[in-house]
Design a protein around this ligand. Structure first.
Ligand code: ZN
Length: 484
């Protein structure tokens, strides 16, 4: 991004994370994604008059988990509030959220940007209900509403305006998603909308501390979209400021097709929503014992796991960072290392071949990898076959491809397809003899002092053996024969 030397950006992010509870936040309806429209609904989540919300305890537990994992203070007493506004996907005319007394206060997330640690502060984490979903008819003459999502529990995670670059914002989002996935409270699927991000962006002269007027950018449904939208918005505002114009306080929508943001509406302030305490729910009191119990049940988080991978497996920090970003990938790696203790080699396979596969097959949006094509024990065996010289690293790539297609064990693939390494001296010698006979002129040149030709001979012999000859043996025997 072409950052202007005299202007710096100030970025704060608001993330809405749908929680993986079975039921909705204030009724017993299923909170599952999908399903035929308007099938997971009842009078409560349809907003019928006179219906009373009942708070789902699991939602509170998940909110506390998120708060503890991000060093927030858990409020002993918090309260739900009504956020009043009209929209067709909100039949009650208000959303039940938290306002002046959220459940989690303060907190921070440690991020790595190019290997450098940074801290991003959190303002708060609060609970609220999701709205329904408007579906605009393809012909443009009707709008439909699906209320299956109405009442699905959300955590809103609000950061401090602590980020200055697009890279920091990207690292923050990825880290937050990773933490929520490790906690198993959100699947982090941006495309299905279970992890959504709005960005508050302003710019100011570098070296000043007052905040400029901010615009809120919405409608980004991938990490890539967030990064592109931020780049665009920062340069748009920088241009305005450079030309002495004012940045308007407004909400802007990211248009992914045109790669630009456009004004949606002037930004409302909190008082426009006329928040007031939700009269149908008691203030929420959380006892210390319960918080302690939840704390004791927290899993190892990505940060700690990354450090342990460096310490325990002797991996470079970069490997540890990539492997631990997703819990399922980290679990996979550890299962493979348990089967064959060569962490660095297994790390190379996971980071290279498996993660590429995840990207290519678009498995990277789900929390748990379905259709994971190669079992960890099979990958471990493949690395063992290389380590004990049964196959060469080159042939291993072929075996890996076959494992993907067939799901068979590497031993069986190697045996059935005759891919084992040729270590038999006479077979390699025969190949060398025919290569040397066919290239008598080059042999003469080599013996005349053109050492560089050695690589050529190695290549020819490997080709003659379909890549299966043991490279060390080829080298040794070739040297002997060429020494003549
Ligand atoms: Zn319901």
């Amino acid at each position: 991004m072409s950052a202007h030397p005299d202007v710096e950006a100030v970025i704060g992010l608001e993330v809405h994370a749908e929680l993986l509870t079975r039921a909705k936040i204030f009724c017993g309806c299923s909170a599952a994604f999908g399903g035929p429209p308007n099938t997971n609904v009842c009078p409560v989540c349809l907003g019928m008059p006179g219906m009373l919300p009942v708070l789902n305890r699991r939602v509170v537990e998940f909110a506390i988990r998120a708060g503890l994992a991000t060093s927030c203070r858990i409020a002993e007493r918090s309260r739900f509030a009504r956020k009043n506004y009209f929209y067709p996907d909100l039949p009650k005319g208000y959303q039940i959220s938290q306002y002046e007394l959220p459940i989690c206060i303060g907190g921070r997330i440690e991020i790595l940007v190019d290997g450098e640690p940074r801290t991003v502060g959190l303002t708060r984490i609060h609970m609220e209900e999701d709205t329904g979903k408007n579906i605009h008819d393809a012909h443009g003459d009707a709008s439909l509403v699906d209320f299956n999502r109405s009442g699905v529990p959300l955590l809103e995670v609000v950061s401090e305006p602590d980020m200055r670059t697009v890279e920091e914002a990207g690292a923050y989002l990825r880290t937050l998603r990773s933490i929520l996935q490790y906690l198993e409270i959100c699947d982090g699927n941006m495309e299905e909308g279970s992890f959504r991000c709005d960005a508050n962006v302003s710019v100011r002269p570098r070296g000043t501390t007052a905040l400029g007027t901010k615009a809120e950018v919405k409608n980004m449904n991938s990490f890539r979209a967030v990064e592109r939208a931020l780049e665009h918005e920062i340069s748009r505002q920088t241009d305005l400021v450079q030309h002495g114009e004012r940045v308007a306080q407004e909400t802007r929508l990211w248009d992914a097709d045109r790669e630009r943001t456009r004004s949606m509406r002037s930004k409302e302030s909190a008082h426009d929503y006329r928040y007031f305490p939700e009269p149908d729910l008691l203030p929420l009191e959380v006892c210390e014992e319960w918080v302690a119990e939840i704390r004791a049940g927290l899993p190892e988080l990505p940060d700690a796991r990354r450090e342990r991978f460096v310490r325990e497996y002797g991996l470079p920090t970069y490997d540890a960072e990539v492997l631990t970003a997703r819990k399922d990938v980290a679990d996979y790696f550890e299962a493979a290392v348990r089967a064959h203790a060569n962490p660095k080699a297994i790390s190379n396979w996971v980071m290279g071949d498996l993660l590429r596969l995840i990207r290519d097959r678009k498995l990277d949006t789900a929390l748990v990898i379905r259709d994971w094509p190669v079992a960890p024990a099979h990958l471990a065996t493949l690395v063992r076959l290389i380590d004990d010289d049964t196959i060469s690293g080159k042939i291993a790539k072929t075996v890996f491809e076959r494992m993907l297609e067939s799901g068979q064990t590497p031993e069986r693939i190697v045996a059935e397809q005759g891919l084992g390494q040729v270590t038999d001296t006479s077979a390699i010698d025969a190949a060398i003899a025919s290569v040397l006979a066919a290239n008598a002129d080059k042999v003469a040149e080599y013996r005349g002092g053109k050492d560089k030709l050695f690589g050529f001979f190695v290549g020819q012999v490997m080709k003659a053996t379909q890549g299966k000859a043991n490279p060390q043996k080829v080298n040794d025997l070739l040297r002997q024969r060429l020494a003549g």
